[in-house]
Design a protein around this ligand. Structure first.
Ligand code: DX5
Ligand code: ZN
Length: 216
């Protein structure tokens, strides 16, 4: 079974508390929270205070996706806001190791995110220390974009290297995941599926979660 992490970016912002509760009620595993700084990507996302407010409404893990410059500045802030898992973009740092070590020492599950143009190999030296690799399947910044099928070989090579090293590292995909692309990603080796529009814009959220969990 895949891990499912609905992205709150596509939720009804006027009913955020109800929306995050629906993630838990429909049986998704994690809540995906997009953080953007208007600099690393041309958009703004969720703040630490909204994250901390939402933390009181559910007990599923918070999967925080930092799309920011200087991610080290935000890791402690979102840790205090209740993050369990934090992804930072490798393109935003010179050396990922201090960030990974900080997270491991502070009870946060460390993840590295890759933009579409960043090769799989860039994360290979860090795989053994990572909880997860996030392979973006759209350009980061906005929900509702079209899935990039040219990312599938990258997911395959990540899975191959994780197996070659004998690791359990998760592979998360984020962007344009729907009832068709979820299977393509699962076949390629992804085991954590983020879905914004597919979950929040659906009239049958129960069916969406089932589809994503069972995609293969
Ligand atoms: C995009 C965000 C995604 C986004 C996905 O930069 O990282 O998490 O919300 O939205 P959908 O699933 O609608 O493509
Ligand atoms: Zn995201």
């Amino acid at each position: 079974m895949n891990i499912v992490s609905p992205s709150l970016l596509a939720a009804d912002a006027g009913k955020l508390e109800r929306e995050i509760i629906s993630i838990q009620v429909f049986g998704a595993h994690w809540a995906h929270i997009d953080v953007m700084d208007g600099h690393f990507v041309p958009n703004l996302g969720f703040s630490p205070s909204i994250t901390a407010m939402l933390r009181k409404s559910v007990n599923i893990p918070f999967d925080v996706h930092l799309m920011t410059s200087d991610p080290m500045k935000w890791i402690p802030v979102f840790k205090d806001a209740g993050a369990d898992i934090i992804s930072f973009h490798i393109e935003a740092v010179d050396d990922p190791m201090p960030l990974i070590d900080y997270m491991l020492a502070n009870g946060i599950k460390p993840c590295i995110a890759l933009k579409p143009a960043t090769p799989a190999e860039s994360v290979f030296p860090y795989l053994s220390k990572l909880f997860m690799v996030l392979a973006m399947t759209v350009e980061p910044g906005f929900g509702g974009q079209k899935f990039m099928p040219e990312m599938l070989p990258k997911i395959e090579s990540l899975r191959k290297e994780i197996e070659r090293q004998g690791l359990q590292t998760h592979i998360q995909v984020d962007g344009g995941i729907d009832g068709i692309t979820c299977s393509q990603c699962a076949k390629a080796g992804a085991d954590v599926l983020v879905a914004g529009s597919f979950f929040f814009k659906s009239y049958n959220r129960n069916a969406v979660i089932k589809t994503l969990k069972n995609a293969e």
